[in-house]
Write a protein that binds this ligand. Structure first.
Ligand SMILES: Nc1ncnc2c1ncn2[C@@H]1O[C@H](COP(=O)(O)OP(=O)(O)OP(=O)(O)O)[C@@H](O)[C@H]1O
Ligand SMILES: [Mg+2]
Length: 403
């Protein structure tokens, strides 16, 4: 294996000696020479040397300046300083700058040069390998951390789910009794008693509200079995939109459809997906109390990049090269702060106050998408708006894979 060495040295005698020593030591050495630091640096940056031998005292500067310049530019090469006898302190200083070794011009020069160069090259190789391994360990550690986070989240969700379904059933019965009582009283009171009537209506509204929350809770805890079929996401979107259409007009919201016609089918549970879109549309509406725009996009895409949820490993939701169906619902509403962005998928997280939502919409939504082995993500900017992106598997891909 050829070892390309650069010698930076201005003394012709010394150049000659070094050439001779290396030629004698091995046929593998190929020596280039630079006579000053400027030329030397140029050759280092342009070439690829296995090692650099640099005389300390150069006509235009010192080896220390050369090494500093190399470090500045982040160039990595084993660097060996050649110093005059009695100048070892300089060499030690240079080692502190990152020089790999030093050699003194004395009687031992010819005996040790070959060994010192080879040792420096070896050590450089080991260091490079160490750096590579360190990087790999950091990467693996990050991956582990992320998986751990997901596990904790999954655990939390399943605990909430179990709790929720228990509580929901318990609370439903008393609510039913209250509602029956209210209905009874409504019939009993006379038309004159408008104040009592208003109270009854208020009671009824609140019972209904509580019932709605319980339904959401139950949804949340029992998404387990889906009825997955090839479905046209555009048609599902249309149904969802029709269910909230009156709200759009009422709240002064323009809906802009950028759906792709003839998009391939997604593998989906129609009813559950309808619920997902309604949740997302309602959130968008609620984020724009003074009106605004909702842009709805659908398209299909072959996944190329590796990012969260998309990868090459078994267990990644999506694989590179797979076709995905993508649905985006974007609004021009209030946006979500960076801090809240981390929490919006948590059950019961809401910023809508006690009379607003239960904070279950997005956790139910995420649960449903997870059950689809799909992926939901959010991008938002305070004051500008929010975009929720749902990625589903194309039916053809999954059916092909499963045979
Ligand atoms: N499009 C959006 N724009 C701004 N904020 C949003 C948007 N979507 C969700 N959020 C924020 O995320 C929170 C959680 O949303 P989620 O749908 O889970 O609950 P909710 O809407 O508050 O209540 P629920 O959906 O149960 O009626 C919301 O309270 C809101 O702060
Ligand atoms: Mg909501």
């Amino acid at each position: 294996m050829i070892l390309k060495i650069l010698l930076i040295e201005d003394n012709p005698d010394h150049i000659e000696i070094t050439k001779r020593i290396l030629r004698k030591a091995s046929e593998d050495y190929q020596l280039d020479v630079a006579m000053d630091s400027r030329e030397g640096l140029k050759m280092i940056f342009e070439g690829s040397y296995d090692a650099v031998l640099c005389d300390y005292r150069l006509p235009d500067s010192t080896a220390l300046d050369v090494l500093k310049e190399i470090n500045n530019k982040n160039k990595k090469v084993p660097f060996i300083v050649v110093t005059a006898l009695g100048n070892e302190k300089v060499a030690v200083d240079m080692m502190k700058e990152g020089a790999y070794d030093y050699i003194v011009k004395d009687v031992l020069y010819s005996d040790t040069l070959d060994m010192i160069i080879k040792k420096a090259i070896d050590r450089y190789g080991v260091n490079k390998e160490k750096e590579r391994l360190e990087k790999e360990i950091i990467k693996a550690y990050r991956g582990l951390k992320e998986t751990q986070g997901q596990l904790i989240q999954a655990e939390k969700l399943s605990a909430v789910g179990q709790l929720a379904s228990g509580v929901a059933h318990e609370v439903r019965n008393p609510l039913g009794i209250i509602l029956q009582g209210v209905n009874y009283l409504e019939k009993k009171i006379s038309a004159k008693e408008t104040d009592i009537y208003e109270i009854l209506i208020m009671l009824k509204d609140n019972v209904k509200r509580a019932d709605k929350i319980i339904n959401a809770l139950l949804d949340f805890s029992r998404v387990a079995s889906l009825d997955l079929k090839p479905e046209d996401v555009n048609s599902i979107l249309e149904v969802s939109i029709s269910l909230v259409r009156t709200r759009f007009k009422f709240e002064n919201i323009d809906v802009i459809m950028e759906t792709k016609q003839g998009i391939p089918s997604a593998l989906a549970d129609k009813n559950k997906l309808e619920q997902v879109f309604i949740n997302l549309l309602l959130n968008a509406i609620q984020a724009m109390p003074a009106g605004g725009k909702i842009i709805i996009r659908t398209y299909d895409k072959i996944l190329e990049e590796i990012k969260k949820g998309i990868g090459r490993r078994e267990g990644d939701y999506f694989r590179v090269g797979e076709k995905a169906i993508i649905i985006e619902i974007e609004d021009t509403g209030s946006g979500i702060s960076e801090e809240n962005l981390k929490k919006i998928f948590d059950p019961f997280f809401t910023t809508k106050g006690p009379t607003g939502g239960a904070g279950l919409g997005l956790s139910v939504t995420q649960n449903i998408i997870n059950e689809h082995k799909g992926f939901i993500s959010v991008e938002s900017q305070i004051g500008k708006g929010t975009k929720l992106t749902v990625i589903l598997h194309a039916a053809e891909d999954v059916l092909k894979r499963e045979g």
